[in-house]
Design a binder for this molecule. Structure first.
Ligand code: ADP
Ligand code: ZN
Length: 744
């Protein structure tokens, strides 16, 4: 009899499908089931891709060790989606499949469910053995347990003063049974931490409210698409506060009533707890969330609830695009332009784009929402591939903030080159303080000073492991590398010339906070950046404090620009609008425009009109001007023209290949070797480079890169794949990034 074989994906980057034999004693596993297989000297968890397959022509065929699942662990759509990701993003199929599983599934750990001991009163015992209760403690316990027929966890009894010994004595008397029960960890306990009341206030009054005319028009279009029940992608472009979320909720409601389910992707849950809260308030327990801020245990529990069909709405960050939800009728991608949708490790997928593919596989409506659509989505809409709906007005015509541009070159001339906060911004802050209104100050750079240099020889302090300068953090009294976290105290003398005149320049959020405090000693100032928000739940605390009015001035990085709705913030100051513009990155203008538009949208969401003051060195740059005018169309026209002329995405496809090495010379040699093979392998693309990457060293590894630009993505991927097959030893040191976000 011929050997029974299956093809399996294992989580090793770049490794293709492997064929294994299924020994007689084991059942034939199905596609999507997990198996344990030998790999080299290890045993790893893999996922079955096809079963059975024809035995290959080899006698080194190895046996599967264990079949973990008798049924498919991943549903068929998710298997197909993961395989699409593997192919499109040039990742290994095993990597993509295992990435689609919840954390503990990857190690095949069935004990990941949380079990707690629970005491249950035996109902029939009451009549028979009433006399058996000997003492007060037992009587208290008995009463508690009789009132709760489904049982009480021992930990809860302990809190009520009932000891384990007492419960055990009742168990011995035959009155109580103790057994382990699976408990589900509620992910909403950790999201946004505390402030659920705020969410439900908004979420519980849906039906009564009338849609604005623009909303009503968009809503009819969306409902028609859902009723048609076919795949369609719709870009919903609406300024901040135009009522997009309201449309999401109504559409989700319609989809659920038609017996299908809803997947909602958000860039970062911790920064936008409101959306998750609104869905929870409207749809109750059949909503769950999936994101990396949850503990492994929480994610595990929720994943299995979804898989069992107990959930109708999944809200999550990019990995939730692989949620094992079936009968999906609607996929919403909120803030679709956000760069957090791009995963910067293998598999390097773009969650928004994968969401569109999932929608196609499910025959679902895909709704992409943003005030500042990505160039990709806007171009797709312009080409007619996506429907395009717009909301141009804020709900009830609350005006957008008035924006003032401050030309910092003039400020420098008038007040000296070390001005950080301009005169107009100081005055505006003072006015808000005197009126008891709140302000926000954005600077997208953390730390106190961004450069430490020697006045004698001009040397700058660089990270010993990376090709970047170290940032000075005053509170921590350290200089720190923002790439590898290397930290050291500031030395007394320059490491290059021995001179004792070390100085700092450049500034970050820590310095802004210090200056603001110094100027307004009585003000309540809070800073939000990755230095202050390390612990889980910390951001939620700050947001709650701002919402309660306990903060006068909020200073922060782009974290504060995301979707929070603070009605009493009436002033937004942007300290340096052009932080990102100097970076050698074709998305620099787009990032700048999006960030500025988002943060300006934060001002004046309540009843008082808002004001935004934007400090810039480039008041004439189109990204700054268009953001100040809140004019997306103007920005898009200029930017798509730039991308077309320079042949950048979305007008062509781009693949970034980075080769790491122990020296720059070695990295360049290897990159050259790969590029040479790629060039002759029919990539049908232009190859640029190789050259040292802009960040030529990170964590002691040198980096060289080359790009492929072309319209035939498959040909480009196949050519690189062919080159890597010729030089398999380079696979471990090579990153292939299809549709890259960062080109540094
Ligand atoms: P967006 O998601 O576009 O930023 P939201 O959906 O959050 O906008 O709406 C902004 C605010 O207006 C929210 O407080 C929301 O509850 C409210 N809102 C939305 N639609 C309506 C409506 N039709 N009538 C009254 N208030 C509305
Ligand atoms: Zn470093």
């Amino acid at each position: 009899m011929a050997a029974r074989c299956v093809s399996v994906g294992v989580p090793v980057p770049g490794l293709g499908r492997l064929t294994y034999r299924v020994p007689e004693a084991l059942p034939l596993p199905v596609r999507g089931a997990r198996v344990t297989v030998p790999l080299g000297t290890r045993a790893v968890t893999g996922c079955v891709i096809e079963a059975p397959v024809a035995p290959p022509d080899t006698n080194t065929l190895r046996d599967i060790i264990e079949v973990i699942d008798t049924d498919a662990f991943l549903p068929e759509t998710v298997v197909a989606l993961a395989l699409w990701v593997a192919e499109y993003y040039a990742a290994g199929p095993g990597d993509a499949l295992l990435n689609a599983m919840p954390p503990k599934a990857r190690t095949g750990d069935a004990s990941a469910f949380r079990r707690v001991p629970v005491a249950v009163w035996k109902a029939e015992a009451l009549v028979l053995r009433k006399t058996a209760l000997k003492g007060d403690k037992q009587r208290v316990a008995a009463e508690l347990l009789q009132r709760t027929p489904e049982g009480v966890p021992l930990s809860a009894l302990r809190r009520e003063g009932v000891s384990l010994a007492t419960v055990r004595s009742l168990e011995r008397a035959g009155l109580v049974a103790i057994h382990d029960e699976i408990v589900e960890r509620d992910p909403f306990e950790t999201v946004g931490g505390t402030d659920r009341t705020q969410w439900s206030l908004d979420g519980t009054t849906p039906q009564g409210r009338e849609l604005t005319p623009e909303q009503a028009h968009a809503s009819r279009h969306l409902e028609d698409a859902v009723i048609a029940g076919l795949f369609k992608t719709i870009l919903l472009q609406g300024v901040t506060g135009s009522g997009k979320t309201e449309l999401y909720l109504r559409l989700a409601d319609l989809v659920l009533r038609r017996g299908r389910r809803v997947l909602v992707l958000v860039p970062e849950i911790a920064l936008t707890p409101a959306l998750a809260g609104l869905f929870r308030a409207r749809f109750g327990r059949r909503v769950t969330i999936q994101h990396s801020g949850l503990s492994d245990g929480e994610r595990h529990d929720q994943w299995h609830r979804i898989r069992r069909g107990e959930v109708d709405v999944v809200i999550g960050t990019r990995s939730a695009v692989f949620a094992p939800l079936d009968r999906v009728g609607l996929v919403i991608v909120d803030e679709e332009h956000d760069h957090a949708y791009k995963q910067e490790e293998a598999p390097r997928y773009q969650g928004r784009d994968v969401a569109v593919v999932r929608g196609r596989m499910e025959g679902a409506v895909v709704l992409l929402g943003s005030a500042t659509p990505s160039l990709e989505s806007a171009a797709n809409a312009a080409a007619g591939r996506y429907d395009h709906l717009t909301l141009t007005q804020r709900v009830w015509n609350k005006p957008l903030a008035e924006v003032r541009l401050v030309d910092m070159r003039k400020e420098f001339t008038a007040h000296g080159a070390d001005v950080m906060i301009s005169q107009p911004l100081w005055e505006a802050l003072e006015l808000r303080l005197s009126r008891g209104e709140q302000s926000m100050i954005l600077l997208n750079r953390r730390g106190f000073a961004t450069v430490v240099f020697c006045r004698q020889c001009a040397a700058t302090m660089e990270c010993p492991h990376c090709s970047v300068t170290l940032t000075y953090h005053r509170t921590a009294r350290k200089v720190r590398c923002h790439y590898c976290n290397y930290a050291s105290v500031i030395p007394k003398a320059c490491g290059t010339c021995g001179g004792e005149f070390l100085e700092q320049s450049g500034f970050g959020t820590e310095r802004v906070e210090a200056d603001v405090r110094a100027r307004f000693p009585g003000a309540r100032v809070v800073r939000v950046d990755r230095d202050t928000i390390r612990r889980r739940g910390a951001i939620a605390k700050v947001l709650t404090a701002v919402a309660r009015g306990d903060v006068d001035i909020l200073v922060g990085t782009q974290m504060i620009a995301k979707g929070h709705d603070f009605p009493s913030v009436t002033l937004v100051g942007v300290v340096s609008a052009d932080v990102g513009l100097g970076v050698a990155d074709f998305r620099a203008a787009e990032r700048t425009f999006q960030l500025l538009t988002q943060v300006v949208g934060r001002a004046g969401r309540g009843d008082i009109p808002g004001e935004a003051i934007v400090q810039t060195l480039y008041p004439d740059h189109y990204s700054v001007k268009a953001a100040a005018a809140q004019d997306y169309a103007a920005f898009y026209a200029q930017e798509i023209d730039f991308r077309t002329r320079m042949r950048y995405p979305p007008t062509i496809g781009l693949v970034n290949v980075v080769v790491r090495g122990p020296s720059l010379g070695k990295a360049l040699d290897d990159a050259n070797a790969l590029a040479a093979v790629t060039r002759h392998a029919g990539a049908r693309a232009r190859l640029l480079g190789p050259a040292p990457a802009p960040l030529s060293k990170i964590k002691d590894e040198y980096r060289a890169q080359f790009f492929l630009k072309g319209v035939h993505r498959r040909a480009m991927r196949d050519a690189i794949e062919h080159a890597l097959t010729q030089r398999p030893e380079l696979r471990r040191r090579t990153v292939v990034d299809v549709d890259p976000y960062s080109t540094s």
